[in-house]
Design a protein around this ligand. Structure first.
Ligand code: HPA
Length: 276
């Protein structure tokens, strides 16, 4: 299966390259729930529907459009994925990470992952942005299970610096420069699609999680396999289950994302500028 996967990724990358002409993206971004508006910040944007990219999986979740957008931000060539697919949709993990592997195949030097998450750290409020310092992969899956294809990377992957120290301090600098308040913490990635029970949230707090979501961790694993440095930002769209009286719902997640979009976009534009 893995030799085929490498070819599929190469084919997807070749199709994208053919549409981008001379543009060679240096930064790859993945936009989480409700954060797709960042795509409008791209100059001379080339938009490619996931439908038109061979082997790309397509999400059906509201708020996940499903297109690759490439162009420049602050004169830095970028490619972003607006809309990811999730394990909870039933996709095998190899499909979940295919778009990330494709960004890596395009030659990006850094990947910015973003997501919507529930706040576990008691200091966090709705609308906060959190720099991901590290993660807990609690999905019960790992993108690298199965025969290893050395063309992607080694069998055993160091995850010590999964979220790159240099890129993280660049994000902190970007936050300071733009006046955006940036919290930091550990992201717990769960399978979903249910939100957590209050008991699960207490467990996650005890495990050292600051925020919880249903994405990102396997994508970062795949990028690290390939040796591409990552940085991540979570938007806290709600307090985690049991931390407030209110039940959780997806509308609330999307509303919070819309309200934070302007700050998020300012932060990420400044980060990309600093990647020049
Ligand atoms: N839990 C899991 N995923 C989420 C949450 C949450 O509270 N909020 C947004 N995505």
């Amino acid at each position: 299966m893995m030799p085929i996967e490498f070819n599929d990724v190469q084919r997807a990358a070749a199709e994208i390259r053919a549409k981008l002409g001379t543009l060679s993206p240096r930064v790859g971004l993945v936009l989480g729930s409700g954060l797709g508006g960042f795509a409008a910040k791209i100059t001379d944007a080339v938009r490619i529907s996931f439908k038109k990219i061979p082997h790309f999986p397509e999400s059906k979740v509201a708020g996940h459009a499903g297109e690759l957008v490439a162009g420049t931000v602050a004169d830095v060539p970028v490619a972003l994925l607006a809309g990811r697919v999730h394990l909870y949709e039933g996709w095998p993990v190899v499909c979940v990470v295919r778009p990330i592997r494709t960004l890596c195949a395009l030659g990006v030097e850094a990947i910015v992952v973003t997501n919507a998450a529930g706040g576990i750290d008691r200091e966090f409020g709705v609308g906060d942005l959190m720099l991901i310092d590290d993660h807990l992969n609690l999905t019960g899956q790992n993108a690298l299970v199965g025969d290893n294809d050395e063309r992607f990377g080694p069998r055993f992957v160091d995850m010590t610096g999964a979220y790159d120290a240099t890129l993280r301090s660049r994000m902190v600098d970007a936050a300071r420069a733009t006046g955006v308040d940036l919290k930091r913490g550990v992201y717990a990635g769960l399978l979903g699609p249910t939100y957590e029970t209050p008991a699960e949230v207490r467990m996650l707090a005890a495990l050292g999680a600051s925020a919880v979501g249903m994405s990102t961790v396997n994508e970062v694993i795949a990028a690290r396999h390939r040796g591409v440095p990552c940085v991540g930002v979570s938007l806290i769209t709600n307090l985690a289950a049991g931390w407030s009286e209110a039940p959780l719902n997806h509308d609330e997640v999307q509303t919070a994302a819309k309200q934070a979009a302007e700050r998020f976009e300012r932060l990420v534009v400044e980060f990309v500028r600093r990647c020049a």
